[in-house]
Design a protein around this ligand. Structure first.
Ligand SMILES: Cc1cc2nc3c(=O)[nH]c(=O)nc-3n(C[C@H](O)[C@H](O)[C@H](O)COP(=O)(O)OP(=O)(O)OC[C@H]3O[C@@H](n4cnc5c(N)ncnc54)[C@H](O)[C@@H]3O)c2cc1C
Length: 405
């Protein structure tokens, strides 16, 4: 048992927290405890693939205990319930408590229901690992229901044309049990409506050509895109828009943005913004306490607009691993600055597309095998941090074989 207040505690082992734990352990920083509510780590940017029927193995699920044993830190499965920042103690949902010397919050975010009636009751979301198999179960149930006599296409409404919405739409339409292409000559078994409140499709992307490219890839998969349609109500069998339109749906997926965790607004010790994210300084320290840091989707720095992406969480983890060492030596942490490397998207049979930042800081468009390799490469890079070179190389060889077959 460690001395009181000696442990560095990281809560949340996702894209940011898991990388931070390993980087700190490798730097000999400790004693270190990683706490996550789940038993296994998964690379969330590919969660939509699992939700559309990919096998769990394809996503490279890694038990936290294995990572902890490999690098020599403590893993504990548990959910953060409260923080007493004055006493430097956290409380988990089983009422156990831990003293900390330094606390890092990395618990990610959730999709907001935006106060829309019926979302919680009838829609599915893709926030956590267990949501993905649950979504797939709902999807196959919808297909089965629609195939019953008289057969008709299964109808899916996806609300929100951010990365989650568009990639999920592409992968659902590519599921082998589905014939969604209008050109295939076969009867369509799936009808996907992708519904966006903004008048612009994929409003988060600042590039008309890319938006058009994504739109036409999804259209080729038979996906119907509707913009300027704000949802007023989600019902058991469809969605109603503010303008009075209705889309029938056997399953509604709610993918309307990202906010911080509900937990953040329940913890009195730390200030949050309107999107229930913990307010941090550019050093990634909480606004209120020097010895509490927050990274990734659960945090926001008012002086900077960092997007809620794995790319940001990972860069913050790398920065923080150096700053924590300095902080524990009595030096002041330095400011984090985000280096945008672009974005990569994958649409199943609709192919891959990427915008990467080139040498002159302009976006360079990539597609096809190059983009697919880069998309997989992001996960490999993450695995390399968590598992080291040998295991990552073995996986990368598998990717090359996949790409060539
Ligand atoms: C379908 C989908 C596609 C995406 N595609 C991309 C993409 O292409 N590129 C990109 O950069 N980003 C993408 N993202 C976003 C990216 O996954 C997130 O921005 C990133 O994972 C955030 O990292 P994080 O460390 O903040 O949180 P997360 O990765 O969400 O990890 C949070 C961790 O905290 C744990 N946790 C939560 N609450 C508690 C609690 N109370 N106590 C203990 N543990 C807790 C969770 O179990 C989880 O392990 C995508 C997201 C989704 C859902």
């Amino acid at each position: 048992m460690s001395e009181p207040n000696q442990e560095i505690i990281i809560v949340g082992g996702g894209a940011g927290g898991a990388e931070l734990a390993v980087r700190l352990a490798r730097a000999g920083c400790g004693p270190l405890r990683l706490i996550d509510q789940a038993a296994s780590h998964v690379w969330k940017p590919r969660l939509h693939e699992l939700a559309a029927g990919a096998s769990k193995g394809e996503l490279g699920e890694i038990p936290y205990q294995d990572i902890a044993e490999r690098w020599g830190f403590v893993f504990e499965q548990g959910a953060l319930a409260d923080i007493d920042a004055e006493a430097k103690t956290i409380c988990l949902d089983d009422d156990s408590t831990h003293d900390y010397r330094l606390l890092v919050l990395a618990v990610g975010g959730v999709t907001p229901d935006l106060g829309v009636e019926g979302v919680k009751e009838h829609a599915v979301m893709l926030d956590r690992y267990p949501d993905a198999p649950a979504l797939y179960q709902r999807f196959t149930a919808a297909l089965d229901k629609a195939a019953a006599q008289p057969p008709r296409p299964a109808r899916v409404a996806i609300v929100g044309s951010g990365l989650t919405g568009v990639e999920l739409a592409g992968y659902l339409a590519s599921n082998p049990e589905v014939v969604a292409s209008p050109d295939s000559g076969l009867p369509q078994t799936l009808e996907i409506h992708l519904i966006e409140a903004s008048s612009t499709f994929m409003p988060v992307i600042d590039d008309d050509r890319t938006r058009e490219d994504v739109r036409s890839r999804l259209a080729d998969l038979g996906i119907r895109i509707h913009t300027g349609q704000k949802i007023a109500q989600v019902q058991a069998d469809g969605v109603k828009t503010e303008s009075g339109d209705r889309f029938d749906a056997d399953m509604t997926v709610w993918a309307a943005g990202r906010v911080g965790p509900p937990l953040a607004s329940r913890i009195d010790a730390l200030a949050t913004n309107d999107a229930q994210q913990w307010l941090i300084r550019d050093t990634l320290q909480s606004r209120d306490y020097d010895d509490i840091f927050a990274i990734g989707d659960c945090s926001a720095c008012p002086q900077a607009e960092w997007p809620a992406t794995a790319q940001v969480a990972s860069q913050q983890a790398e920065h923080l691993s150096e700053q924590i060492t300095a902080y524990l030596d009595g030096r002041a942490p330095t400011a984090f600055s985000f280096g945008d490397k672009g974005m990569l998207m994958s649409f199943g049979n609709g192919g891959d597309l990427g915008l990467v930042v080139g040498p002159t800081n302009d976006y360079v468009r990539i597609s096809g095998h190059v983009s697919h390799a880069a998309y997989r490469g992001l996960q490999r890079q993450h695995q390399w941090v968590l598992l080291g070179t040998k295991t990552t190389l073995e996986g990368a060889v598998g990717d090359v074989v996949d790409a060539l077959s």
